[in-house]
Design a binder for this molecule. Sequence first.
Ligand code: B12
Length: 436
Amino acid sequence: MKKAVLVNPRGSERNQQDDIMYEIYEELEGHLALMMDDVEFIPSLALLTLAAYIPDSWEKVFIEEDYIPVNKTDKILFGKKYDIALISTVNYTALRGYEIADRYRSMGTYTVIGGLHASALPEEALPHCDTLVIGEGEEVFQEFLRDFKNGCPKRIYKAEKPVDLTLIPPAKYDLIKNPERYNKMPVFATRGCPHSCDFCCFPNIYARSYRHKTVEQVITDIKKIASIHPRPYIHFCDENLLCDREFSKELLKAMIPLGIPWECFCDIGIAGDEELLALLKKSRCKDLLIGLETVNPKVMKDIDQWKYEKLKRYREDIRKIQSFRLPVTGLFIIGFDGDDETVFDNVVDFISSAGLYDMDFAVLTPIPGSNLHKRLKAEGRIISEDWSKYTWTHVNFQPMRMNAETLQMGLLRIFKRFAGREMLQRRETDEQAKRG
Ligand code: B12
């Protein structure tokens, strides 16, 4: 029997002492239960999706390195001989992914690397694998499997056209050993996003067209999850879920009878559609993660024209969405070229006055594959290419209007402010309501 191992390399540095956020976690003592609730544990949907193409006759072992004790890593990853190793990479897991890949290759295992990071930097990833898959994986991975079976796999497979999502089989959730250790379970329904924000890598790595699976495919995945997880909570992994309103409404209607709580990333445009908002509520949507990015119009103008137009209505739109008792989590990025030291107070004032249910901050990060990365690289402003620090909390570039230290400290300051005791208590109550 052929054997495949599917590995999502360790990426988490949260709660470890070298984590830049560690200081904050320490200050949250007494609220650790809430913090743990806030930390997301989600298995890799990329590998579970690709696993569905591997013949049933193969043994398939799915490993999330983040969830295995460090002292057992070697035995669990390398204690057995596999025919193929599939390794997924994003920026903050890539370096560890290469180490794992090198080790499998030294053991004679045929090693395939894919994912956003390797797709953006193929010349970096190629020396670590036998085959590199660039871009959306579903179709080219099938081509690889055919070639592998015939003994002629290529060095590189590149997705040249948008994957037809309606042909994707259900993800192999049954490969997950202890599903209850994950507090959120991943599903995706669409691919693509109508916006092309300068800092985002997707428009340059995946096909741009906005596509969706069928409602039946998505419901099948959710039902599969419900059959293996004692307390299912769905995290939609889509870049921007609710763009196709007609499809979204059909999907939400089909989700209502399932009664399973869920969350997704979407854009502020949903505020204009009351029918959609009502269906979101009815289908038990518990969190809408919305990239608000910045509250400075001059800065927004350079990010995305559509978002620039929307910024004028942010307060109104947030109020509208939340009036349906739908919580909005506003996602903000700090460190754009137009940001000076006033950015911290401005964003804090906005959040307090707009009545946002929740928020998250990220420091601008030059992700490989994004236009931002190209520009900052050309301007000589990238100060670190230690990919393990590309977690959107470390400053990896030279900001335009403040120094890197000021940006880093300012980010920590606002994190602390919103993780403060009073805020946490308020959220503790909200969180209970959300899970209920
Ligand atoms: C779910 C998710 C998570 C989960 C983790 C899931 C997991 N177990 O890996 C959680 C919530 C924990 C998480 C955390 C973080 N995340 Co995250 N996350 C996502 C999210 C929303 C979905 C990923 C997904 O499942 N996609 C769907 C699957 C089917 O597609 P895919 O992964 O793109 O893979 C396709 C191809 O790349 C390819 N492929 C992938 N792997 C492989 C392997 C092989 C062998 C082959 C052949 C092909 C292949 O085939 C797949 C199908 O086409 C993405 C955003 C997004 N829309 O993708 C961000 C994203 C991956 N996260 C990101 C970031 C920055 C983070 C955080 C650092 C954020 C933060 N500051 O907290 C943390 C880091 C946590 C840590 N460990 O340190 C960035 C990474 C940027 C980059 N280019 O690398 C992304 C892209 C978000 C963004 N907009 O920039 N995240």
